[in-house]
Structures are given as C-alpha cells and as structure tokens.
Write a new protein. Structure first.
Length: 159
C-alpha cells in the first residue's frame, strides 16, 4: 500500500481552477476576479485555486502537475458582451501569436503548446466570457459583473 497525502481520499484528482487575465484591463481581469471569489468558498483540499494573472511560463509546473484543469478567462469568441463559452482546451489551436513584439509576451496557448511537447497535459476545460471592455481600468463592465455568479456555477459543475 502506497503512502497517501494526508486528508486526500485515494481517488481524489488534483484539480486546479486557474483564473487568467489582467486586472488592469477591465473585463480582461474576469478570470482572476472569479477565482478570488471561489477561493473563499471552502472547496475540498484536492481543489487548488490559482490566480494565474498574466503569468506565462511560470504556469507550466501547475499544468504538468494537475490531473484536471479548469481555466477561467475572458475569451473573444465573437458573441455579445457577457456571452459564456465552455470548451475543451484540446479544441484550442496550438499556434503561437503572430503579432508578438517581444519574447516576454507569452500567451497561455503558447504555454499549452510547450506543455504538449514536454508530456501529456491534463483534461482541461475553459470557461470563458466575452469581454465588453479591454480599456484601462480595474472595474468589470456591468454585463460581465452580472455573469460572475453563473461563471462560478459553471466552474463548480466542472469541479
């Protein structure tokens, strides 16, 4: 019989809820704002809540260690502001951003592409919301703010 982590049931997955976004660009920060609200909800110990902000390569170890990944982010899908999206990460194109002007601008899809080269990535689901504003400011638009309870519900359904 192997050693088990304390307080972790033998069948529990390592679940990571990862909020992405830039809090300084209004609706772009929705992922971070959502995970900060979820953090206070008292989820089971096998669920790790991560504020990924605008991190790039430093998210790689989190990706590689998770068995289940739920990503919350602003997603430009062409819908009206506040439209919600749910899709598997495997459905995201693995192409790097052709408009990058610096090696320091590493997007999360590029981190995923690198993770795929290193080894298998976890089953991953993206919960996205169509932003209304990406202007400088720390407040979410009213359309996005109104969707936060539903985004949290969708994340909890995945957990």
């Amino acid at each position: 019989m192997g050693i088990q982590e304390e307080n972790k049931p033998p069948s529990a997955e390592k679940i990571v809820v990862l909020g992405l976004g830039n809090l300084l660009l209004s609706d772009e920060g929705v992922g971070v704002q959502v995970v900060n609200k979820i953090r206070d909800m008292g989820l089971p110990p096998e669920v790790k809540i991560i504020d990924g902000g605008t991190e790039g390569f430093s998210l790689l170890p989190i990706l590689m260690e998770a068995e289940r990944l739920i990503i919350v982010d602003a997603v430009k899908g062409g819908g009206s502001p506040g439209s919600l999206y749910r899709f598997d990460l495997k459905d995201c194109p693995p192409f790097p951003d052709p408009y990058k002007t610096s090696a320091h601008q590493i997007s999360f899809p590029e981190v995923i592409s690198l993770a795929r080269l290193i080894g298998p990535i976890p089953k991953a689901t993206v919960i996205g919301v169509e932003p209304k504003s990406l202007e400088i400011g720390m407040e979410l638009s009213s359309e996005i703010q109104a969707k936060i309870p539903r985004i949290i519900e969708l994340v909890l359904e995945e957990v």
